[in-house]
Design a protein around this ligand. Structure first.
Ligand code: ASP
Length: 438
């Protein structure tokens, strides 16, 4: 029998009805032996996520304000879940313990982690699976860095003792025993790490959408879903990926060559998206997806004979590093080089950076272009297909869209263009129209 790890996000465990759906999915396939859950998310649009409420409890504690009314909403939700599902998961006693810890002003990480902790206990009780706490098994260094090897060993050792288990996502432990969380959305990472530890055949990530779409549905009407894509393509599409799957969940699965399958708890028969190490594109598809984002800034530097000056680009990069700014792209010409960065990183720093670049590089000119958008058109099928960029540029020209920057990764599986913010949506629609609607 194979082994599947199934991670269920916040909306999949938001209320008793959703947990019943989740349980049905798990019970349908005996290979779904290890389950990772998030804390209950929103039940409806205006609702609160448990994790947000728990962070709010911490804010109240910090301000010496009464936190009890916020915490009582959390308590109520878990007690109702336990009652409506008709299980005894020991929630009342667990809540009492958490409340007594709250009086000792614990860390934000500890408080936030309790959402996943209680959620996993309830789901485990409902399924009749073992509850295995992530505490002591998912390990972080004293500086809060995730320790992959130690975790793999400890988790692997513990899970070998269980036929079926539910684990809480999102957190683990520091060497001093205190709780440490991943960044927001981090239960995805726990799922990947568990999949690696049990050497799963597949890591299923159950959420509330049927996988990745070829373009943002707020821009393109009813975009097609992506059935399969490779890890590399997903990285290139990361401008759109973050809301579906945490970026850091990719690495552990990829390292262990475990496919990730994104699926929809509310539409379990939809095919979803499979992320494979080497996705097939036998249907002759050229592009896999289009992703983009607005609000980038370009600093364009020109200096005569730049190309033979030693260390020119290094000096620019060192300046940006000093200001703690990371770079998205560096398109260059013989005597020009541009650096493209997310504008939010430059707030309050831009003038000083430009001044420093002028001084330290003795450039002939340094120009700044703000309000730029980047669009990545991605597909491993592009690499061997001539004429893709011609089609892409022609489609944009037809709509009178001015391309301000072009960058093609060496893998030839992406073309990144820069356009003005105001042209962003039109540009995405034109590219989609050209390659998908044909
Ligand atoms: N509950 C946490 C969050 O809302 C972690 C997760 O759901 O992945 O960020």
């Amino acid at each position: 029998m194979g082994t599947k790890v199934a991670k269920f996000g916040g909306t999949s465990v938001a209320d008793a009805g959703q947990i019943r759906k989740t349980a049905e999915i798990i019970q349908e396939d005996p290979e779904r032996r290890f389950v990772v859950v998030s804390a209950p998310g929103k039940r409806f649009k205006e609702d609160s996520k448990i994790t947000d409420l728990l962070y709010l409890v911490k804010t109240h504690l910090e301000q010496n304000a009464p936190y009890e009314s916020v915490f009582s909403i959390v308590k109520e939700r878990f007690l109702t879940l336990e009652q409506e599902l008709g299980v005894d998961a020991g929630i009342e006693a667990a809540l009492a313990e958490i409340e007594s810890d709250l009086r000792k002003n614990p860390s934000a990480d500890y408080i936030a982690s309790r959402g996943e902790y209680l959620s996993a206990r309830i789901v485990a009780a409902f399924l009749g699976y073992d509850f295995v706490d992530a505490e002591g098994l998912v390990c972080f260094s004293s500086k809060g860095r995730f320790l992959s090897e130690e975790t793999n060993e400890k988790l692997g050792g513990e899970l070998a003792k269980h036929k079926c288990a539910v684990l809480p996502g999102f957190y683990g432990t520091l060497p001093n025993g205190n709780i440490r969380t991943f960044s927001r959305g981090g239960s995805d990472i726990t799922g990947a790490v568990v999949a690696q530890a049990v050497n799963a055949d597949v890591y299923e990530n159950w959420t509330d959408v049927s996988g990745f779409l070829m373009a943002d549905p707020r821009i393109v009407k009813n975009p097609k879903g992506i059935d399969t894509l490779s890890y590399l393509e997903l990285r290139e599409l990361s401008y759109m990926g973050a809301s579906v799957l945490h970026e850091n969940a990719i690495y552990p699965a990829r390292q262990a060559e475990i496919p990730i399958h994104i699926r929809n708890t509310n539409a379990p028969h939809d095919p979803g998206t499979q992320i494979l190490s080497d996705a097939p594109y036998t249907d002759g598809r050229i592009i896999t997806g289009i992703a983009g984002s607005k609000d980038f800034t370009v600093i364009a530097i020109y200096k005569n004979m730049m190309s033979i000056e030693l260390g020119f680009i290094k000096r620019i990069l060192a300046i940006l590093e000093d200001y703690d700014v990371s770079i998205e792209h560096i398109p260059s010409g013989i005597d020009t080089v541009s650096v493209v960065m997310a504008s939010e990183q430059l707030e309050g720093k831009l003038d000083d950076i430009v001044e420093d670049i002028r001084k330290k590089t003795q450039a002939d000119s340094v120009e700044v272009f703000e309000e730029m958008a980047l669009i990545a058109t991605v597909g491993s099928g592009m690499a061997k297909t001539p004429g893709v960029s011609a089609r892409l540029f022609a489609a944009l020209a037809k709509k009178d869209i001015n391309i301000r920057m072009i960058d093609q990764g060496s893998s030839e599986m992406n073309i990144i263009i820069g356009v003005e913010n105001k042209d962003f949506e039109d540009a995405v629609r034109s590219i989609y129209g050209e390659f998908v609607e044909g």
